[in-house]
Design a protein around this ligand. Structure first.
Ligand code: FES
Ligand SMILES: [Fe+2]
Length: 380
């Protein structure tokens, strides 16, 4: 049915929509700069996006930054113990205030202070202090000191970003009026994850990789294992690949894999003898491992139309890795490296202009779900 471009200048879709399960999202959606720009609003400005892990900011004033699309955010634990998010933008003249601070090395501050003219905000976002120069008008002959209006602390507060949580996972939504609550977007995944003691595990390792492909190419690769036999030979040795299952929900899907050897339940976070991989639209995954007492997350952040950053975080009971855990992380890294090769090669093909629209196999309905959600977002 698909798919060659046949030398046409304009790449056309094979079908008007992609409701047929064998139709992938047309290739141009993986290669165009305009699509990347559009996604900042239609995807990353609309859905709930993972911001980070609440355990990384245990004390009031602990904070990290997170960039989503063009928006820089500060995620901070306030004095009441709530984790909140603000735009990293000063209410005075719009300066960014906090330098990039990764979740792996959070900052701590009793107040958020803008370095430009030292406006200072409480952790609840309210303006608490401005320097003397905002109260007197000594350099302005047109004004008496008494005429200087007092700054309204609330109206000059930091702009807060809506946030919500699934267990320790903090999500933000940049939309003024989000079309879905986090609960609606997460569906059954929220209850499933909240039934696990995710908060008892600590961030032990983070690996950040820049990969030369569109973020959805990697998302699709994560969502199927038809490529595993050929490309992850070492890993599949320990799996009953034929027993794997794919479960598809509205905004997430779960890949279940069975390990050949039973693993002692005492050393597992979840109680079935399987590994579970959750893909949560648009760019977050939760990785429940079959052979280690821990879990991981991926953040699949677009950089531009043909590059993304994979942030792979590993959570174990403490940050010291046992030999088994270190071995586990090594295997996981190997899987990533193997996948990076595949997705970069696929991106090259998509960019060649030869293919207008790929086709999907019968076990790639999870990939189709990802593409369908993208199309839905673009058309909303
Ligand atoms: S821009 Fe922040 S204090 Fe002036
Ligand atoms: Fe893979």
């Amino acid at each position: 049915m698909t798919r060659w471009n046949n030398g046409l200048d304009e790449v056309e879709r094979v079908s008007e929509d992609i409701t047929d399960e064998t139709n992938a999202l047309p290739a141009q959606y993986f290669t165009d700069r305009e699509v990347h720009e559009m996604e900042k609003e239609k995807v990353f400005g609309r859905y709930w996006i993972y911001a980070g892990h609440a355990n990384c900011v245990p004390e009031p004033g602990d904070h990290f930054t997170r960039t989503i699309g063009d928006s820089e955010l500060i995620v901070v634990r306030d004095h009441e113990g709530e984790v909140r998010a603000y735009y990293n933008v000063c209410a005075h003249r719009g300066s960014a205030m906090v330098e990039e601070t990764p979740m792996t090395d959070p900052g701590n501050a009793r107040r958020i202070r803008c370095p430009y003219h030292l406006w200072t905000y409480d952790l609840d976002g309210s303006l608490t202090n401005t320097p003397k120069s905002f109260e007197d008008a000594r350099l302005n002959p047109d004004l008496e000191d008494g005429e200087v209006a007092e700054l309204d602390a609330d109206r000059n507060a930091l702009l807060e970003v809506r946030s919500d949580r699934i267990g320790p996972f903090v999500f933000v939504n940049l939309h003024d009026d989000p079309p879905l609550s986090l609960e609606e977007q997460a569906g059954a995944m929220k209850d499933e994850l909240e039934a696990l003691p995710l908060g008892e595990y600590q961030l032990a390792r983070r690996y950040v990789s820049e990969v030369e492909c569109n973020w959805k190419v990697f998302g699709g690769n994560y969502s199927e294992c038809d490529h595993c036999q050929a490309n992850h030979q070492e890993w599949v040795e320990g799996l009953e690949l034929m027993d794997s299952e794919l479960e598809v929900d509205d905004y997430h899907w779960v890949l279940h894999y069975k390990h050949k050897e039973d693993v002692d339940d005492e050393v597992r976070i979840h109680d079935e003898h399987e590994a579970k991989f959750y893909y949560f639209w648009p760019n977050f995954t939760v990785n429940m491992y079959g052979t280690a007492n821990g879990y991981g997350t991926y953040i699949i952040d677009p950089i531009d139309e043909n590059r993304f950053q994979l942030v792979a975080d590993y959570y174990f009971q403490d940050s010291e890795l046992s030999d088994e855990e270190a071995e586990f992380v090594r295997t996981s890294r190997q899987l990533q490296e193997e996948d990076f090769e595949l997705v970069e090669r696929q991106q090259r093909g998509l960019e060649s202009g030869a293919i207008a629209q790929a086709q999907l196999g019968p076990n790639e309905h999870t990939v189709h779900r990802l593409h369908l959600l993208a199309q839905e977002a673009y058309e909303a």
